[in-house]
Design a protein around this ligand. Structure first.
Ligand SMILES: *[C@@H]1O[C@H](CO)[C@@H](O)[C@H](O)[C@H]1NC(C)=O
Ligand SMILES: *[C@@H]1O[C@H](CO)[C@@H](O)[C@H](O)[C@H]1NC(C)=O
Ligand SMILES: *[C@@H]1O[C@H](CO)[C@@H](O)[C@H](O)[C@H]1NC(C)=O
Ligand SMILES: *[C@@H]1O[C@H](CO)[C@@H](O)[C@H](O)[C@H]1NC(C)=O
Length: 505
């Protein structure tokens, strides 16, 4: 309870810049006495200390915490802004506070946008296309009422103001997906006076995207599958007039949420190994696998680490707002001064550690495409799985989780995962068990992501691997490349389709 009061006070009172100070200056702290008599970190001992019972007990706690949102959401969730998320932060923080001063703790509040769509409907001609879905962070239609207009085909991919014909004004812009972000298309459509916009796919599938940061020019925007768009396009190109009704009742709110950072008091503060998971869930469910599993893995490793002394600093992060578009990790890296950026030797992302129909997935983070060191980290995971006689697969390192800001700002990164809404293949069934044809996590972003939604074998294996990654770099960076300059990739040098779990373009 005490820490809850503290957390609320911090949220209410302090500005971000006041609170960043402890994140960056460890020099004032004395390590003396903290680890007196403790053995030097040893990967085998740290791995051996990881017990599945502890993880499962914490998962039960987290589910109860998610239930505290039921008044507001009528189901358990730990989405940012909810009671369940506030209590998740309190739970993590007070567990860390109980570790006898082994860590310097800090909370980093930051502004976040939270979008809620209450109702939506798109009618095209006489049809209600099944695939039409409102983009995340879309504004409502005017006065939260239905708007009427003809569908007006936008030229090219609608990335330039000149692509929008004058008669888009007062009508519904019909824009092809691609080249620039959904947010840009919505903004350009809004600027010329469209009453709504529909972004249709170049592939047959649906478009489940986000407009990202809201701007005053954004208009109510839907995504539409290529399959549904095909016949409509044909008619429009033949000169037919197609009318439509668009309706979105939605709200975009500015709120404040908080990252939690814990850094070992001991260890060289100029050479840190950093790791993170995200403390928040989506609004649809309690998020026990996504990313309760990663958050609790971190908490358990942080707890067991206190039995050891370390040579290098270890910094744990629990990000908030990951599900809204990696908000917490973006903010953290954005406000990091260059000399502090240079002290982070690498960042390891742990998001979804125990999917029920899991594969052992390693981000294919190569040095060719990422800051040098990323590939050494990737290979640490491969070597470990191989040594255990376990199979693994590579997955794209494409911006879907909190490593994104790090690698864009010159910090080597990587991580492991066990799979989200992807479909397990026959080969993977042979490699990992489970069921081909099903999603890796059949409850991904749903209400059923509860305590039954983790495979304890996978969760335990991966938590031991997380412990190994921490122990390896807490002991030594001797075999790890030196940091190079803070920024390598420009934000738009390597456009990725994702920034978080939703498509952005
Ligand atoms: C630390 O080591 C002691 C003695 O081996 C053990 O009892 C304890 O569970 C370990 N972990 C923590 C977090 O203290
Ligand atoms: C990993 O990424 C590199 C490019 O950085 C690519 O050449 C390679 O084919 C990828 N490997 C797998 C297994 O996806
Ligand atoms: C690894 O995958 C192969 C099939 O590719 C399978 O025969 C083997 O049993 C798997 N190993 C483990 C430990 O599951
Ligand atoms: C976890 O996965 C393994 C391998 O697919 C399976 O044998 C086991 O029954 C699963 N356990 C749970 C709790 O789902």
């Amino acid at each position: 309870m005490a820490s809850r009061t503290l957390l609320l006070a911090v949220l209410g009172a302090a500005t971000a810049s006041e609170l960043q100070i402890p994140l960056f200056s460890q020099q004032g702290q004395s390590a003396a006495g903290n680890s007196l008599g403790k053995p030097l970190i040893n990967t085998d001992y740290l791995q051996a200390s990881i017990k599945i019972e502890n993880l499962l007990d914490r998962a039960k706690d987290l589910y109860k915490i998610a239930q505290t949102s039921e008044d507001e959401y009528s189901h358990p969730t730990r989405v940012i802004g909810s009671e369940g998320h506030a209590r998740t932060l309190e739970y993590i923080y007070s567990a860390l506070e109980g570790l006898g001063g082994y860590y310097t703790l800090s909370q980093q509040p930051f502004p976040a946008v939270l979008g809620k769509v209450y109702e939506s409907r798109l009618v095209i001609g006489h049809e209600v296309p099944e695939s039409a879905s409102p983009m995340s962070l879309t504004p409502p239609t005017a006065h939260k009422q239905p708007v009427y207009g003809n569908l007006v085909l936008v030229a090219n991919e609608g990335c330039d103001a000149s692509d929008y014909p004058a008669d888009v004004a007062g009508n519904v812009a019909f824009v092809l997906r691609g080249t620039c972000s959904f947010g840009t298309k919505s903004q350009l459509a809004g600027k010329v006076g469209a009453v709504a916009a529909v972004v249709y796919n170049y592939e047959s599938g649906e478009v489940s995207g986000t407009l990202e940061s809201p701007t005053p020019d954004h208009v109510a925007t839907f995504g539409l599958s290529g399959k549904d768009a095909g016949p409509i396009l044909k008619k429009l190109k033949a000169g037919e007039v197609i009318d439509s009704i668009a309706y979105i009742d939605a709200e975009v709110k500015q709120i404040q949420t908080t990252n939690i950072i814990a850094q070992t008091v001991e260890g060289d503060p100029d050479n840190c190994v950093m790791l993170g998971g995200h403390s928040d869930s989506v609004s649809e469910g309690p998020g026990i696998n996504d990313d309760g599993s990663g958050s609790l893995t971190l908490l358990e490793v942080a707890t067991q680490l206190t039995n050891f002394s370390v040579n290098n600093c270890v910094r744990f992060a629990w990000w908030a707002g990951e599900e809204e578009g990696l908000l917490g990790s973006d903010y953290y890296v954005d406000v990091l001064p260059e000399e502090e950026n240079m002290k982070i030797r690498l960042f390891m992302d742990y998001d979804m550690m125990g999917s029920p129909n899991f594969a052992y997935q390693v981000y294919n983070a190569t040095n060719a495409a990422n800051p040098v060191g990323s590939e050494q980290l990737r290979d640490l995971y491969l070597d470990w799985y191989s040594a255990q006689g376990l199979n693994y697969t590579f997955i794209p390192f494409d911006g879907r989780s909190d490593y994104d800001a790090f690698i864009r700002n010159g910090i080597p990164g990587g991580g492991i995962a066990t799979g989200a809404e992807g479909v397990k293949t026959k080969e993977e069934e042979a490699m990992f068990g489970g069921k081909a044809g099903d999603w890796y996590d059949p409850c991904y972003h749903q209400l059923c992501d509860d305590t039954g939604n983790v495979n304890s074998t996978a969760w335990l294996v991966n938590t031991k691997l997380v412990a190994h990654s921490v122990a390896t770099f807490a002991l030594s960076f001797d075999d790890f490349p030196e940091r190079t300059k803070a920024s390598t990739l420009g934000a738009d040098e390597q456009p990725t389709k994702y920034h978080g779990h939703r498509l952005v373009l």
